[in-house]
Design a protein around this ligand. Structure first.
Ligand SMILES: [Zn+2]
Length: 141
């Protein structure tokens, strides 16, 4: 089991890479942040976040023996199934297990690399899969 020291603002408990969220460092510091004054987003009522952090006391759902559970599947995998904007959710069951084998810090680096623009080094944002600096559209690696 991991400790609170293994939480990164870029890594949501559910496996979404917050670092590529269009709101990241604009209106929200990521699902792992606990800043009630600055973070204005829907995470406070997120069932996955509450379960993982508050009920199970874990850092990441993939640390849980029930992963992927009903709450996870319902929220992340049962909606927008044919919408390519939500690819970042549907890849989680395949990608997230690497956190266990690589360790959290290497997994964080791995995600940063995957979401890096291949032209300018900016960050690709999900939903539109476009670089936030040069605006080049690209899929994640
Ligand atoms: Zn770019």
């Amino acid at each position: 089991m991991t400790t609170k020291n293994n939480r990164f603002n870029e890594l949501a408990p559910c496996g979404v890479y917050c670092g590529s969220c269009p709101s990241f460092n604009k209106t929200c510091k990521g699902c792992a942040s606990d800043d009630k004054n600055q973070d204005r987003c829907s995470k406070w009522s997120c069932k996955i976040r509450n379960c993982c952090y508050n009920q199970k006391g874990l850092d990441y759902c993939v640390n849980c023996e029930q992963f992927p559970c009903k709450i996870f599947n319902k929220k992340l995998l049962s909606t927008h199934q044919d919408d390519p904007r939500f690819t970042y959710r549907y890849e989680i069951p395949d990608i997230f297990a690497k956190l266990i084998t690589m360790g959290v810090e290497n997994y964080f680096d791995f995600q940063k690399q995957r979401w890096k623009c291949d032209s300018c080094g900016g960050t690709i944002r999900f939903y539109h899969y476009k670089c936030d600096k040069c605006e080049k559209e690209q899929m994640i690696k």
